[in-house]
Write a new protein. Structure first.
Lengths: 356, 308
C-alpha cells in the first residue's frame, strides 16, 4: 500500500504514523495563532492545570488566550474531526456504500432545521421553557434534539416487523433530508435581515463561538460516540461480506444497525450543535485511510478518527491565521485544501490499478 | 531601608506625576446595550465594528486612535487602509486580539456574541451599542461612544449638527407622499427590496416619502409578479450596484425587472452604499437629498427660482 509515494509494507504501521501526525497538528494549532504565545506561557499554564506554581514569569494575557480561546477551540476541533470521521466510516460500512456520510440518516439536516427554527423563532421555540434555558444554550440544545428526532424518524420509517432495511433507511433518509431542507428554507425565507445573516454564518460552521457550558457536554457525547464506534469494528468487518453473510456468522444485524445509528446520531448531533455543520470530513477521512491501508475496520475506524483530527485541526489553524486579523470559515478551507488532496490520492491509486 | 530625603522626594514627585497623568485617563465609561458599564483606561488603539460606528468614532476626533475596522467600514476614507478584522457578524476572537486593542466599539449586531465575550475575558473592554433605528437612537449611540472616548464636547457638537440638519426634514410621510422603492440588484440572485425594519426604510420615511415595500418586514427577494402592481415614483439603488451593473438601463434589463413598465417611468436615485448600513451621522444629509429630489422639501435650486 502506498500513500503519495510513501510505501507501507505493513498497514499496521499506519496508525503510529497517523498518531504522530495528529499530535503534531494539535501542537501546531495550540502554539500558532493571532496572539503570540511563547512556550514558557504554555508550560506555565499546563503547570497550573496540574496544580504546580511555575517559578518563571509568564504573560497573563497570553495565558488567557490559551485557556479561554485557543485551548477550547483546538480541543473542539480535534474531537469534532474524530467524531465526524468515525461516524462516516460506520455509515459507509453499514450502508456498504462509499458515498455514505453521517448526513445520510438525517442528523445534519435535522440539526440544521432545529437550529434555523431556534434562530428565527427565538424564545418562542421552547415555549414556556424558553425562560428557563439560557439563550446561549438554546441553539445547541435545539440542534442536538433536532438531529436525534429526525434520525429517529428515519430509523422508524425504515422498520417493518422489527427489522430495519438498510435500503429503506437510505431512501427514507433522502426523503426526510429533502423535507428538512425545505423547512429550513422556509425559516430562511421568513427570517429578518439579522437572522438571515446569523443563519448563513451558522451554516458555514465555526469552532470559535462555542459557549463554555455547551463545550463539555458536547465533547463528552462525541467521545462516547467515537469510542462506541471504534468498538463496532468486528461486526462492521463482517458486514462487509454482506448483510445475510454477517447474520449467518452470528452478527445480530438489527441490533448493530440500531447501535450504529444511535452512536452516530449522538456524536454528530453534538458536533453540529457545538460547531455547526462541517462537511467533507465524514465522507473523506475513512477513504483516505482505506486508500493507504485497506478496508479492515481495525485500521479504518481509529485511522479515520486520527485523519479527521488532523484535517479539522489543520483546516481551522489555516482558517484563523491566513487572513489575520479576519477569520475564514473552516468548511471553506477543508473543502478547498482537502478536495484536491483527496483527488490526487484517488488518481495515484487509479494509476497503480488499485482503484476502479 | 530608610530612604534619603532626596530620594523620597523623587519618589513622591514621580507618584504625583503618575496619578496626575492617570486621573483623566481612567474616566472613560459608558453603558452598553445590555446596561452594563464599560470602562476604559485609555481611549487609544480602538477597533471599530460597523460602518456607522466607525463614522461616529472618526467624527468624535478619534480617527487616529483606530487600529482596525470591520469590512463594512468604508467611510471616512482615512479608515479604509486599516487592517480589516472581517465581516461584522463573523469575527474571530484571536484576530481581534492580534491587533492588541485597548477597546472595541461595536454596532449592536456585531458578533458572534460568544466571540465578543471571549475578547472581554481576555481583558479588552467591548462597548456594544444599542441598535440605532431612529435619530434618537443614533443620538444615544453618539452620546455613549463620546462618554467612553472622553469626547463629550465633540459628541455634543455632533448631536447638535445632526439636529440642525434634521430640523427641516419632513420626518414622516404624508398619506399622498411620493412612493419610492429600494432595490438591491446585481448580486446574482433576485433583486432584494427593503421593507420596514431596514435602515433604508428609516431613511425613506425621514425624507417624507412612502416606502413601496413598507408593508414587508426586512429584506425580501422580489419577482416580476411581486412588482407588477407597483407604480413607484422613484427607484433608489446603491451606487456600487449601479456601477457594477453598468448603468440604469443595464440594471433595469434584469429578468425580474425588464417587464415592469412602471420602473421605466420611475426616477432612479443612486445612493452612496455606506449610507445603507444603518443610521449614521450622514443620514440627515442623505434624507435631504432624497426629499429634495422628490419634492417633499423645496430644493435649493427651486427656492432660488422662486425668489427670482
Amino acid at each position: 500500500m502506498t500513500v503519495a509515494g510513501l510505501h507501507l509494507e505493513r498497514p499496521g504501521h499506519l496508525l503510529p504514523v497517523l498518531m504522530a501526525l495528529a499530535a503534531v497538528s494539535a501542537a501546531l494549532s495550540i502554539s500558532l495563532g493571532g496572539v503570540a504565545v511563547s512556550l514558557a506561557d504554555g508550560l506555565a499554564l499546563a503547570a497550573r492545570w496540574i496544580g504546580l506554581t511555575p517559578s518563571w514569569s509568564s504573560d497573563p494575557a497570553a495565558e488567557a488566550v490559551l485557556s479561554a480561546i485557543r485551548g477550547p477551540r483546538v480541543l473542539l476541533g480535534c474531537v469534532v474531526g474524530a467524531t465526524l470521521a468515525v461516524g462516516g466510516a460506520v455509515m459507509q460500512a453499514l450502508f456498504r456504500n462509499p458515498l455514505a456520510d453521517p448526513g445520510l440518516i438525517g442528523v445534519s439536516a435535522g440539526a440544521a432545521l432545529a437550529a434555523s427554527a431556534s434562530i428565527v423563532l427565538g424564545d418562542a421555540l421552547f415555549g414556556t421553557a424558553g425562560d428557563l434555558i439560557p439563550r446561549a444554550y438554546q441553539l445547541p440544545l435545539a440542534a442536538f434534539a433536532g438531529g436525534l428526532l429526525v434520525t429517529a424518524l428515519v430509523h422508524a420509517l425504515a422498520r417493518t416487523d422489527g427489522r430495519t432495511s438498510v435500503a429503506g433507511m437510505l431512501l427514507a433518509g433522502i426523503a426526510i433530508n429533502a423535507i428538512a431542507g425545505a423547512v429550513t428554507g422556509l425559516f430562511t425565507y421568513i427570517s429578518d435581515d439579522q437572522q438571515l445573516r446569523q443563519l448563513t454564518f451558522w451554516s458555514m460552521g465555526s469552532l470559535g463561538a462555542t459557549s463554555p457550558g455547551a463545550l463539555a457536554p458536547a465533547v463528552a457525547l462525541m467521545l462516547v460516540s467515537t469510542i462506541g464506534g471504534l468498538l463496532l469494528w468486528r461486526p462492521l468487518n463482517l458486514m462487509l461480506l454482506g448483510e445475510a453473510e454477517a447474520y449467518h456468522l452470528g452478527v445480530s444485524v438489527d441490533r448493530l444497525k440500531a447501535a450504529a445509528v444511535v452512536l452516530v446520531a449522538l456524536g454528530v448531533g453534538a458536533a453540529v450543535a457545538a460547531a455547526g455543520p462541517i462537511a467533507f470530513v465524514g465522507l473523506v477521512a475513512p477513504h483516505l485511510v482505506r486508500l493507504a491501508g485497506g478496508a479492515d475496520h481495525r485500521l479504518v475506524l481509529p485511522g479515520a478518527a486520527l485523519v479527521g483530527t488532523v484535517l479539522v485541526c489543520l483546516a481551522d489553524l489555516v482558517a484563523r491565521t491566513v487572513a489575520l486579523p479576519a477569520e475564514l470559515p473552516v468548511g471553506l478551507i477543508l473543502a478547498a485544501g482537502g478536495g484536491p488532496f483527496f483527488l490526487a490520492l484517488l488518481l495515484a491509486a487509479r494509476r497503480r490499478g488499485e482503484m476502479p | 531601608m530608610p530612604l534619603s530625603p532626596l530620594r523620597s522626594l523623587a519618589v513622591g514627585a514621580s507618584f504625583l506625576a503618575c496619578t496626575a497623568a492617570s486621573v483623566p485617563a481612567l474616566a472613560g465609561a459608558a453603558e452598553d446595550a445590555d446596561g452594563r458599564v464599560v470602562r476604559v483606561e485609555e481611549p487609544a488603539r480602538i477597533i471599530s465594528l460597523g460602518g456607522p460606528v466607525s463614522e461616529i468614532v472618526a467624527g468624535l476626533g478619534h480617527a487616529d486612535s483606530v487600529v482596525a475596522v470591520d469590512s463594512t467600514t468604508r467611510y471616512p476614507p482615512s479608515l479604509a487602509d486599516l487592517p480589516r478584522v472581517g465581516y461584522l457578524r463573523a469575527l474571530g476572537a484571536e484576530g481581534l486580539l492580534s491587533e492588541a486593542p485597548y477597546l472595541i466599539v461595536a454596532q449592536n449586531d456585531a458578533g458572534p456574541p460568544r466571540v465578543l465575550e471571549q475578547v472581554e475575558a481576555a481583558g479588552v473592554p467591548v462597548l456594544r451599542l444599542p441598535a440605532a433605528d431612529t435619530l434618537e437612537g443614533l443620538e444615544d449611540a453618539i452620546r455613549r461612544t463620546a462618554a467612553l472616548l472622553e469626547a463629550e464636547d465633540a459628541g455634543a457638537a455632533m448631536i447638535a449638527a445632526l439636529n440642525r440638519e434634521a430640523a427641516g426634514l419632513p420626518g414622516s410621510p404624508a398619506a399622498d407622499a411620493p412612493e419610492v422603492l429600494f432595490l438591491l440588484v446585481g448580486h446574482g440572485g433576485a433583486p432584494m427590496a427593503a421593507g420596514h425594519g431596514t435602515p433604508i426604510h428609516a431613511l425613506i420615511e425621514l425624507a417624507g416619502l412612502r416606502n413601496a415595500f413598507g408593508a414587508v418586514q426586512g429584506w425580501k427577494p422580489v419577482s416580476a409578479e411581486a412588482l407588477a402592481g407597483a407604480a413607484p415614483d422613484g427607484l433608489i439603488v446603491s451606487e456600487r450596484a449601479l456601477d457594477a451593473d453598468g448603468g440604469v438601463a443595464e440594471m433595469l434589463s434584469h429578468p425580474a425587472l425588464a417587464r415592469v413598465e412602471a420602473l421605466r417611468a420611475a426616477r432612479v436615485v443612486p445612493l452612496d452604499p455606506t449610507l445603507l448600513q444603518g443610521l449614521g451621522p450622514r443620514t440627515p444629509r442623505a434624507a435631504r437629498i432624497l426629499a429634495e429630489t422628490f419634492g417633499t422639501l423645496p430644493s435649493p435650486a427651486r427656492v432660488e427660482e422662486a425668489r427670482r
